[in-house]
Ligand binder design. Structure first.
Ligand SMILES: Cc1cc2nc3c(=O)[nH]c(=O)nc-3n(C[C@H](O)[C@H](O)[C@H](O)COP(=O)(O)O)c2cc1C
Length: 216
């Protein structure tokens, strides 16, 4: 057995008080993300995306946040992947950011919708050409592939199909998904495992947010 029971850190970097919180969770999230970017943390816009299928079987994987605004939190993927099929059957997700160096985590839960085609097209064509071809090559994402050689051969065939600067169309099975966050949680590690946690829940009326401190 790998024994990790002796490994522990104490979280003492910062505190989170109610008076520190923005009344709205989006600017609160944007401020924490910006702090992580400014500090040079590696890919602080990478997040864990948890989904569940129609039977409730959960699955989780990393994706990259590509935008955060009033419309929601946006990432891009293959709609026919494991996660894509989960979200087709059960269009809700929870996102998790963990910024270890800042002793912080943020959770965001909500329903998931597709971003408009025009926006997905713009993002797809802003990606490096190799990434565009890779989206075509990995289809359907998450399906078995015979070998690395088979994948490389598909990629080479796509290079031949779209030579030079020939535009690569965005595949219909690839695009953006957006979580319209209904519930957020901001967590700041504290000493003695007495962490600070605040939940923002969207209120039914008035469009405001109810903020609640949670036991750690
Ligand atoms: C740092 C990192 C970033 C990733 N970004 C994405 C992404 O933005 N979109 C995506 O579809 N997969 C991304 N992946 C790959 C996914 O984690 C996952 O392997 C893939 O999407 C298939 O997941 P699924 O079979 O659960 O659908 C990323 C992986 C890592 C480690």
């Amino acid at each position: 057995m790998t024994d990790l029971t002796g490994l522990r850190l104490s979280y003492t970097r910062a505190a989170l008080r109610r008076t520190d919180l923005n009344p709205s969770p989006l600017p609160q999230f944007q401020a924490w993300l910006q702090e992580a970017l400014d500090a040079g943390l590696r890919e602080p816009y990478a997040l864990s995306l948890a989904t569940a299928d129609a039977a409730g079987r959960p699955s989780v994987r990393t994706v990259l946040l590509r935008g955060a605004g009033e419309e929601g939190l946006t990432f891009y993927t293959n709609f026919e992947s494991h996660k894509g099929r989960d979200l087709g059957a059960n269009p809700q997700a929870e996102l998790l950011f963990h910024w270890a160096e800042h002793e912080r985590q943020v959770r965001a839960y909500g329903p998931v919708t597709r971003v408009p085609d025009s926006e997905a097209d713009a993002y797809f064509h802003a990606r490096p050409r190799e990434s565009q071809l890779a989206a075509h090559a990995s289809a359907p994402q998450s399906a078995p592939v015979a070998s690395r050689e088979a994948l490389d051969a598909t990629f080479a065939a796509l290079h031949a199909r779209y030579p030079g600067a020939a535009p690569v169309p965005r595949p219909a099975f690839w695009g953006g998904l957006r979580v319209q966050v209904q519930e957020w949680e901001f967590w700041q590690g504290r000493a003695n495992r007495l962490h600070d946690r605040f939940r923002y829940a969207r209120q039914a009326e008035g469009g405001g947010w109810a903020i609640t401190r949670l036991l750690p």
